[in-house]
Design a protein around this ligand. Structure first.
Ligand code: ASC
Length: 150
């Protein structure tokens, strides 16, 4: 009985962890999933970046909400880069799959900066937001330079 409980708990935990190790019915769906996540993240990030650059009027609540969404969504794209998802046509370079550790490292760095950006946005300090936008944008660019076709 105890063993069964442990098994059920483990199964439940695995089910709850599914998004991080999601399997997709088709490679094309994995590509669409990661592109969608990156698009939602980019829209929210660039809204905050626009405010930091003075291109969009600063609104503390919009900045906070947008940065929080970008932070959460920054965790999602990676499940869509599983084995075999290099095949459908996309801007993803094959090196993502041959240098996966480096790619993963870039992903973790971006996630870390997104957390800091969300904290900065919540604080409402525009200078802090600007610094965090620059640091975060730098992690986007570093990965694109190595792993995305132009
Ligand atoms: C964006 C976007 C990126 C990054 C990058 C920052 O808004 O789409 O890829 O910021 O341009 O350097």
């Amino acid at each position: 009985m105890k063993k069964l409980t442990v098994c059920l708990l483990a199964a439940t935990a695995l089910t709850m962890a599914a998004p991080a190790s999601a399997q997709f019915a088709k490679a094309e769906e994995a590509v669409k999933y990661r592109q969608s996540a990156l698009f939602v993240m980019q829209q929210n990030f660039s809204r905050v970046a626009g405010m930091a650059a003075g291109k969009i009027p600063f609104d503390a609540k919009v900045a906070t909400d947008s940065a929080a969404v970008a932070e959460f969504v920054s965790k999602l794209p990676w499940a869509g880069f599983g084995p075999g998802t290099d095949k459908p046509e996309s801007k993803a370079k094959p090196e993502i799959w041959t240098s996966k550790a480096k790619f993963d490292d870039y992903a973790r760095k971006m996630e870390t900066e997104m957390v800091k950006l969300a904290v900065a946005a919540k604080s409402g300090n525009l200078d802090g937001i600007k610094a965090a936008v620059n640091a975060t944008g730098g992690t986007c660019k570093a990965c694109h330079d190595d792993f995305r076709t132009k």
